[in-house]
Design a protein around this ligand. Structure first.
Ligand code: NAD
Length: 370
């Protein structure tokens, strides 16, 4: 069976869905691997390394797709896929596109819908990418901050440590806390899920937040935060506002699955921050946690606060993000690989398969789009 790896075409997408390392492993599973020329360039993997790993290099998407039974991609490919192709990518919650896959006879699997269960951890693209995004957010925040993170005691005087506040302590937020601590910042963090408080403390950060009966029930069975009431958010804002005014760097990572990101930092809070402070908003793909965030941009507010609102943060650390993403896809495929048939075998009753499968046999089968 032939597996195609396409060059990503969405603006700013620097990642690639297979690396020379995973191509080698796919080849050892018995697959022929076709890679579109230049697919790995933006993430630092030249064509020569794919060829050395056993890939056939193809001049364009159509040539890579010819005869392919499986397509690996980061985002939805633009090129039409042959009928019967299995597409494994992050396809977003796009009902129209899902219907089009069904009509075109494409078997589409969207990896960000993977259930967050132990068995699926090694295929979990949300976790692998969020982890790197959290790291990168702090590194970029530190670079944009015009002082330093650690307390620096020199003969010429002392530079105080930076106060870093991480909002949302899921996968990205916990990595942001750890990274800011390693750089020497004084780190605090907030979240609404009760379990997060202990995780924040275990990383050596202090917890700042509002808790009540509602927040004690703030976690869904899937481990995500629930959408909470306007009253809760108002209380949370009250607690957080005074704290934010004293922060040098605020890293925003809070998300509520399937919704716009919650607004946690208002314009008024930003107006109270010191000039030179930095807000890094990696929730920007979902609209951002800060009212001042302009998704896709960096700008400086009237009172001199830098707001880093870039979208697609994993693409800002593309070699590592691609390496982990590619391994997630490889693990998914090899878990459901039928060696004898030399083809994937996805049992429809399997929890992971059910979680990611959008379309099968020309029909939309995912519960989100039923
Ligand atoms: P996420 O990206 O959906 O959200 C990021 C964080 O924002 C979450 O911690 C959430 O609680 C927080 N948040 C939401 N609203 C907030 C608010 N108003 N104020 C402050 N914080 C707010 O979450 P995630 O990183 O994908 O992780 C979600 C959960 O899944 C976590 O419990 C994580 O440990 C768990 N998880 C489990 C597995 C597994 O077992 N396979 C894998 C990954 C994650």
């Amino acid at each position: 069976m032939r597996l195609a790896v396409l060059k990503e075409r969405r603006a700013g997408e620097t990642r690639v869905a297979a690396t020379p390392e995973t191509v080698k492993k796919l080849r050892s599973m018995g697959l022929d691997v076709a890679v579109e020329q230049g697919a790995g360039l933006a993430s630092g993997f030249p064509d020569s390394e794919y060829a050395a790993a056993g890939a056939e290099m193809e001049p364009d998407a159509a040539a890579a797709l010819a005869g392919a039974g499986i397509v690996f991609a980061v985002r939805a490919p633009e090129a039409p896929l042959p009928r019967g192709t299995m597409l494994i990518a992050t396809l977003g919650a796009d009902a129209d596109a899902t219907r089009r896959y069904a009509e075109a006879g494409v078997e589409a699997a969207s990896m960000e819908l993977l259930p967050r269960i132990t068995r699926a951890q090694s295929m979990d693209v949300l976790s692998s990418q969020a982890n790197l995004a959290g790291y990168r957010a702090v590194v970029e925040g530190a670079a944009a901050f015009d002082r330093g993170f650690p307390m620096l005691m020199t003969a010429a005087g002392t530079v105080p440590a930076a106060n870093v506040f991480v909002m949302g302590a899921g996968v990205a937020g916990l990595q942001a806390i750890a990274t800011a601590r390693r750089l020497g910042g004084r780190v605090s963090a907030t979240d609404v899920r009760p379990a997060a408080k202990e995780e924040i403390k275990s990383l050596g950060a202090s917890f700042v937040g509002y808790e009540d009966e509602e927040s004690r029930q703030a976690q869904t069975a899937g481990g995500y935060a629930k959408q909470l009431s306007a009253e809760f958010y108002a209380k949370q804002a009250e607690v957080v506002a005074a704290h934010i005014a004293k922060q040098d760097v605020v890293v925003c990572t809070a998300l509520v699955q399937g919704r716009k990101a919650p607004t946690l930092v208002t314009k008024a809070m930003v107006a109270n921050m010191k000039p030179g402070s930095v807000i890094v908003d990696i929730a920007s793909d979902a609209g951002g946690n800060c009212e001042e965030t302009r998704p896709g941009e960096m700008h400086v507010t009237e009172n001199g606060v830098k707001v880093l609102g870039w979208t697609n943060w994993p693409a800002r650390i593309p070699a590592a993000a691609s390496a982990l993403y590619a391994r997630n896809l490889l693990t998914f495929l090899s878990t459901f690989w039928d060696k004898e048939a030399n083809a994937p075998k996805l049992p429809p009753e399997d929890e992971i398969v059910q979680g990611v499968t959008l379309t099968r046999g020309g029909a939309v089968v995912h519960k989100n789009f039923a």
